[in-house]
Design a protein around this ligand. Structure first.
Ligand code: URA
Length: 232
């Protein structure tokens, strides 16, 4: 990759700003001063900017157990953002694959790989999202067939067919292949009920990791990244 593109990707500034840094002589590649912004580098090269070693990361992939009370956008005025929970530097392009609302907990994949994210979120791919839903009132079985056929959640909005498993009186598992705004909550309103607790326990092939407490995250393994790629 071009040196200026790599440094911009790593968050050292815009392409224009990074070119200035390189031309001003602040960048060493393999201990040699490089002032040429179209110089090519790979992950194997050692790059130093402003006397600091650069971690040559091309992509990031994380699994987080999103805690309730956080939001998936950078606008953290009302609630803390999931991005504030990271100890390490995130690549500028790293973002959540789809959003969970502020009350919802569970599996959140965050990555800089926008192509993969786009494919996994595309309605064409029908990636399954499994939610454990706790309810205020007992779930009324008369709604099972409506959910399985595609329940209407607004005057005009009809959901794709979903799968439902009754776990107990007030707990169900719901498997959706789409991601409409507050979909589970609105589906439960359509079932004359109310969600009291919502946890996403699976996103495509990735399950909630029981070792991750709410708010904790880890890198996805190579096998998990491959599973996601094969899923999209
Ligand atoms: N459905 C909801 O109501 N909220 C979410 O965050 C995800 C699905």
């Amino acid at each position: 990759m071009r040196l200026d593109k790599m440094l911009a990707h790593l968050g050292y500034g815009s392409r224009k700003e990074v070119k200035k840094i390189i031309r001003a002589g602040w960048v060493l590649v393999n201990d040699e001063l490089v002032r040429d912004d179209d110089f090519h580098v790979s992950e194997a090269d050692s790059v130093v900017v402003y006397d600091e070693n650069v971690e040559m990361l091309t992509e990031q992939y994380f699994l987080m157990n999103k805690p309730a009370g956080t939001i998936c956008s950078h606008d953290n005025k009302l609630f803390p953002s999931v991005y504030d929970l990271f100890d390490e530097q995130l690549l500028p392009k790293t973002q959540a694959f789809g959003r969970l609302d502020q009350d919802t907990q569970g599996v959140l994949i965050l990555s800089s790989d926008g192509v993969l994210g786009h494919r996994l979120l595309s309605p064409k791919h029908h990636v399954k999202k499994v939610y454990q839903v706790d309810l205020l009132n007992s779930f009324d079985p008369k709604f099972i067939s409506l959910i399985e056929k595609g329940i209407k959640i607004d005057k005009e909005e009809i959901c794709a067919p979903a799968t439902i498993e009754i776990v107990s009186d007030k707990r169900i598992l719901l498997t959706l292949v789409e991601g409409k705004y507050h979909q589970v909550k609105r589906m439960m309103v359509a079932c004359e009920n109310e969600v009291t607790n919502l946890i996403r326990i699976q996103f495509g092939p990735i399950m909630l990791d029981p070792k991750l407490e709410p708010g904790q995250y880890r890198k996805l393994s190579e096998e998990e990244i491959e599973l996601l790629r094969n899923h999209a």
